[in-house]
Design a protein around this ligand. Structure first.
Ligand code: ADP
Ligand code: MG
Length: 384
């Protein structure tokens, strides 16, 4: 049976695709702003996939289509595509450009179709899934295959350098390395990636606040600067440190007088959050989901009080979820200053339970939050 992307490809281009790839969306499970501080982070690939179908052409033409965009974006050849890329085709073309630098190139032109179950801009990183699925498809067209970690790094560079979004390795790492029922554990200081025991008999739920701070990029940059300032000041006292997370909580307390108050609070969040990730891995291995849930909530309130990257709406969602049956814990997920809350729930937490939370939120903010429950799924790969 052919999949939706194969049917869509065939309808668009009048012949079946030759290769099909897919990549999942991802959730930041715990590890908030730890990535650029050399810390650890845990992520979950979820059962919402973006799929790419391709077929080589006999001429040099390069054509892109997406089910969401009726117009086919066509170029005379790959070089002119790379020179003129703009809009959504930047995601696959960024990957194509970086693969070419590695000597991995489709021989001729190609047709390309993308379909997706991952809502864009909803905190599930559709962009990373788009890059990974594109890379796998282009590698197939070129008759070469990258090692998984190389692919993840290349896709991250494409997002950083071509799209211009300074994301960490979490998005691509989790979409690339996901395994059903397991979480992806990334040490951002060495960029090593492994999977660990996931929470059994659970579902992950995402609630979108529908709010976004209008200064989110500059707020993010400010937090980044404050963390750098904390590191520089702490390095004077603790010369051995290479990253902010190398400072222990006791050392931070001893150095409190060296730091402006806000900078101290930011450092406290990062240093404790890094330890919460490590503790989560230990508790997951023991199957202590109650303990993991407590860490998720602690992560949220640390974000809210110390890192100040929450907003009232996210705090409300976490409070409502914490008071619901079948919820182990909840926290803001991703950069913050708006966006979404993730909850770790029992399998019996139902759509009606989620609706009850959403209704209470709607009563307070006059906005129906979108929500969805997801299972922890396998990472990116070839389908055909
Ligand atoms: P996210 O948090 O989902 O990663 P981004 O803004 O980083 O949000 O990436 C979303 C962008 O990725 C969209 O604006 C679009 O350009 C591109 N994209 C994602 N999915 C698709 C798709 N199915 N078809 C075309 N473009 C897509
Ligand atoms: Mg993105």
């Amino acid at each position: 049976m052919s999949s939706a992307v194969e049917t869509a490809f065939e309808q668009q281009f009048g012949r079946p695709p030759v290769f099909v790839s897919k990549a999942p969306g991802r959730i930041e499970f715990i590890g908030n702003h730890t990535d650029y501080n050399g810390g650890e982070v845990l992520g979950a690939a979820v059962d919402r996939f973006l799929r790419v179908a391709v077929a080589p052409r006999e001429d040099s033409k390069v054509q892109f289509a997406s089910e969401g965009n009726p117009e086919v974006v066509a170029f005379a050849d790959a070089q002119s595509a790379l020179d003129r890329a703009s809009g959504w085709v930047k995601y696959p073309l960024g990957v194509l450009a970086l693969l070419a630098r590695e000597g991995i190139q489709p021989q001729d032109g190609f047709d390309f179709f993308v379909t997706s179950e991952i809502p864009a801009g909803a905190g599930l990183s559709s962009s990373a899934a788009f890059e990974l699925a594109s890379s796998i498809a282009f590698e197939a067209l070129a008759g070469k295959e990258l090692d998984r970690l190389e692919r993840v790094r290349l896709c991250r560079r494409a997002e950083n350098e071509v799209v211009g979004v300074p994301c960490g390795i979490l998005d691509q790492g989790v979409s690339g390395f996901g395994e059903a029922g397991r979480l992806v554990h990334i040490d951002c200081s060495s960029e090593t990636i492994e999977t660990v025991e996931g929470p059994e008999h659970t579902r992950l739920w995402i609630f979108e606040s529908g709010k976004k701070h209008n200064l989110v990029d500059s707020m993010y940059a400010e937090r980044n600067r404050e963390c750098c300032e904390a590191f520089d000041l702490l390095k004077k006292r603790y010369q051995r440190i290479q990253f902010l997370v190398d400072v222990t909580p006791e050392e931070l307390m001893a150095a409190q007088g060296d730091l402006p108050e806000k900078v101290f609070l930011r450092a406290r969040h990062i240093i404790e959050e890094h330890l919460r990730v490590q503790e989560s891995v230990r508790l997951l291995a023991k199957g202590d989901l109650k303990g993991v849930g407590e860490l998720l909530c602690a992560s949220h309130w640390s974000s809210s009080r110390y890192f100040e990257n929450s907003i009232e709406e996210l705090d409300t969602l976490v409070e409502l979820l914490s008071a619901s049956n079948g919820v182990y814990g909840a926290r803001l997920t991703g950069g913050g200053f708006g966006g979404a809350v993730m909850a770790l729930c029992t399998e019996s937490f139902s759509d009606e339970d989620a609706k009850a939370v959403a209704d209470q939120y709607a009563a307070k903010y006059d906005h129906d939050p979108r929500f969805r429950g997801m299972a922890i799924a396998e990472g990116a790969g070839r389908v055909l």
